[in-house]
Design a protein around this ligand. Structure first.
Ligand SMILES: Cc1cc2nc3c(=O)[nH]c(=O)nc-3n(C[C@H](O)[C@H](O)[C@H](O)COP(=O)(O)OP(=O)(O)OC[C@H]3O[C@@H](n4cnc5c(N)ncnc54)[C@H](O)[C@@H]3O)c2cc1C
Length: 396
């Protein structure tokens, strides 16, 4: 895994090969197995990625990441076999995306650099008990106090807050001229200044260690990343990054699960032949593989857009990829039969639950479809040419 004799990781092939070596290493495998066994997020994993120069290669000195590196990293994180750990590494990276592009103060820039080096772990939270999909319903507040702000409130879901050093908090800037529903601001806060509650026993992605946080604390103004009224724009950029990466991640994981399932089908016999000889199974897995491959090609095409990532295509990519991944994991688990159904005989059941969590975290299906719907363009010209509507006055 050493970087000593390798070509610079700005070279994509070198980056991919280096990532493969990290993901497939014995150290990583042991770390992941242990984390999945104990449901404890392995902080060391992000330190390892940082130390090995993975985040540095995708960020360089730029405010925006190399999308090729983002795609390569996310696909390989999907192959870790742990939706929770892959998601935590992606959330950390999406927080870096917001700090790199919108962080103005030296203090924030330094924190972003240390996060890229893996010395600092970041998490992000907007969700509250009373507001999840509808972010404009948040109730936590930021009130000007001296040279900074007093932040008060709570967040229901913050992953992996027990293992993070800083958290990005979306709150209402109540005493600002933007007061109203669109007055959200974003602050970077040391975890030492918030109280982390008990980790939730989530149905899947347990190793992402999602926990609530409570806060009544003061931060200097330099820790404000988005002033009131601008938070949604900053979060949208972070979410575009996160959603694109989650799409690539779950497709990488789906491809991995399909490979494993094909191996199972070529080893296991039923009715005197290999499972792979049963057309019903073979064609189902072929259909899934075809759709996964096409969607992976779609992501490659997305990053060739000179305008970079945008909110709408990232939302579309995430909702489509995650729903496909749920189908893939469900079918793969099914083809594994009882081995798929027993926790300690294969990881398929866990992967199925991890995929389901991804339909909620980072924006639910419906919220993402609404973003896509907002950009739908009617083709009135063709409609008028091709469709004749019956009108009572046409009746002669
Ligand atoms: C494992 C996990 C980790 C998470 N980690 C984080 C984190 O680190 N940081 C963070 O901020 N959040 C995190 N979340 C929270 C996640 O982002 C929210 O759960 C999600 O945004 C949905 O919010 P909600 O739970 O309040 O659901 P609600 O908003 O109450 O929605 C409930 C259901 O109604 C649907 N719905 C809501 N509004 C509409 C509408 N207008 N039209 C149609 N359907 C609608 C939703 O799609 C959903 O199916 C995490 C969630 C999970 C499961």
């Amino acid at each position: 895994m050493t970087t000593q004799t390798q070509p610079p990781m700005s070279d994509l092939d070198a980056f991919r090969a280096h990532l493969d070596a990290i993901i497939d290493s014995e150290t990583t495998r042991r770390m992941i197995d242990e984390a999945e066994r104990t449901s404890v997020f392995p902080r060391e994993f992000v330190r390892l990625l940082g130390r090995e120069g993975v985040y540095a290669a995708k960020w360089g000195d730029r405010a925006q990441p190399s999308l090729e590196h983002t795609l390569a990293l996310a696909e390989r994180l999907g192959r870790l076999g742990s939706g929770g750990i892959a998601t935590a590494a992606t959330l950390h990276d999406s927080a870096i995306a917001m700090l790199r592009r919108f962080g103005r103060s030296d203090a924030v820039r330094e924190i972003a650099d240390r996060a890229i080096a893996g010395d600092i772990m970041l998490c992000v939270s907007a969700t509250e008990a009373g507001a999840g999909s509808d972010m404009l319903g948040l109730s936590s507040t930021a009130v000007r106090e001296g040279d900074g702000y007093r932040l008060r409130g709570h967040k229901k879901m913050a992953s992996p807050s027990p293992y993070s050093d800083y958290i990005l908090l979306a709150v209402r800037g109540v005493d600002h001229s933007h007061a109203g529903r669109d007055d959200l601001a974003l602050f970077l806060v040391p975890m030492s200044q918030v109280r982390v509650g008990k980790v939730f026993d989530t149905v899947g992605a347990k190793s992402v260690c999602t926990a609530p946080v409570h806060f009544d604390t003061w931060v200097p103004a330099e820790m404000m990343i988005a002033r009131p009224g601008t938070c949604l724009a900053v979060l949208s950029w972070g979410l575009a990054h996160e959603r694109f990466a989650i799409a690539a991640q779950v497709l990488g994981g789906s491809d991995f699960a399909i490979g494993l399932t094909v191996a199972r089908m070529k080893k296991r016999e039923s009715f005197g032949v290999k499972l792979f000889e049963h057309q019903a199974l073979r064609l189902r897995i072929a259909d899934l593989k075809a759709r996964v491959d096409l969607m992976r090609w779609g992501l490659r095409a997305m990053i060739t857009d000179p305008a970079g990532l945008n909110v709408r295509s990232s939302a579309a990519a995430k909702v489509s990829a995650v729903r496909l991944a749920c189908e893939v994991m469900s079918e793969c688990m099914h083809i594994f039969g009882t081995v798929g159904a027993i926790e300690n005989e294969s990881p398929l059941g866990r992967w199925w639950r991890d995929a389901k969590m991804a339909r909620i975290g980072g924006g639910t299906d419906e919220v993402l479809w609404e973003i896509v719907a907002a950009g739908l363009e009617p083709d009135f010209e063709s409609y008028d040419r091709l469709v004749r509507e019956w009108q009572p006055e046409d009746d002669g």
